[in-house]
Write a protein that binds this ligand. Structure first.
Ligand code: 1HE
Length: 262
């Protein structure tokens, strides 16, 4: 399956085409995100085939993504800048709050807008070549693709402030330690691991995945009393689905996997 944009490919994997792999395909420019590519990401997530239950985002070449295409920046005045940032917000909202959980497969540079894209995904798998930075600070600009909201949720405002004030670069191991990625894997294996995770995620009950994508982040932002109330409603909706009842019955009848130590 292909999107109309030459720098983005969408391929379907799995027995039921349940995993979509969305690949940034602009290696000569280190997968820098120009307006066309950001809009293509939005379109790809808005138009995933019905069969898709989980997605992976990765990048061709030596780097995941070099962030905003800086060659487009010089053309913009202040009001253009606001609309441009809002366009990124809308596109990355389609990644974070779309229909399916998204796993980012990271390698090489995950910088600037590349880190903002990765932060909009639900799980990040990084190989040992991965490095993270927010060079906006040293380029005289600010994050504009949702990084100010999403990155502090992963690593805290203090670490993000340090990255932007000092140009600090985190390597793969330190990135995993501070929470930029949930998985650290050997060089060259991030995509394979991400597809493995996405395949597992795709087999979950749809309502569970929905709750994790749409209820959990909202609950985290609610006062505790509201959060507990929302949790109760979400839990009851999830457990009332026939699929949930079948899965619980399967366990009780010894037909479903036990929880095992890794
Ligand atoms: C680019 C971009 C780009 C590379 N926009 N063209 N992001 C940055 O500040 C990161 C800028 N990029 C880099 O620091 C490096 O390119 C990398 C560490 C990512 C990769 O290094 P390397 O040695 O593999 O590649 P390179 O030789 O630096 O770049 C290869 C080509 O890609 C070169 O073009 P060429 O025509 O001379 O071959 C580069 O100019 C081009 N290139 N990165 C445009 N980012 C919503 S707001 C978000 C705000 C931001 O993201 S700001 C941070 C931008």
């Amino acid at each position: 399956m292909n999107t109309p944009h030459p720098d983005l490919t969408v391929s379907l994997r799995g027995e039921q085409a349940e995993v979509a792999v969305i690949t940034l395909n602009r290696p000569a420019k280190r997968n820098a995100l120009n307006d066309g590519l950001i809009l293509a990401i939005r379109d790809a997530f808005q138009n995933l085939p019905q069969s898709v239950r989980a997605a992976v985002v990765d990048g061709t070449g030596e780097h995941f993504c070099a962030g905003l295409d800086l060659s487009e920046l010089s053309e913009r005045d202040a009001s253009d800048g606001v609309f441009h940032s809002r366009m990124w917000h809308a596109a990355l909202e389609c990644v974070e709050k779309g229909n399916v959980p998204v796993v980012a497969a990271l390698h090489g540079a995950v910088v600037g807008g590349g880190l903002e894209l990765a932060s909009a995904c639900h799980i990040r798998v990084a190989d040992e070549t991965t490095f993270y930075a927010l060079p906006e600070g040293t380029r005289g600009i600010f994050v504009g693709g949702g990084g100010a909201v999403r990155v502090p949720k992963l690593i805290g405002a203090a670490r993000m402030t340090d990255m932007m004030l000092t140009g600090r670069v985190y390597n793969a191991a330190d990135g995993e330690r501070i929470g930029l990625a949930q998985y650290l894997v050997p060089t060259g294996t991030a995509l394979e691991k991400a597809v493995e995770l996405a395949t597992r995620i795709a087999s979950n009950a749809r309502m569970t995945n929905f709750a994790l994508m749409h209820a959990l982040p909202r609950i985290a932002e609610q006062p505790a009393d509201h959060g507990l109330f929302t949790e109760a409603l979400m839990a009851s909706i999830a457990q009332s689905a026939p699929e949930a009842k079948e899965r619980v019955q399967a366990f009780l009848q010894g037909k479903a996997a036990k929880v095992k130590k890794d």
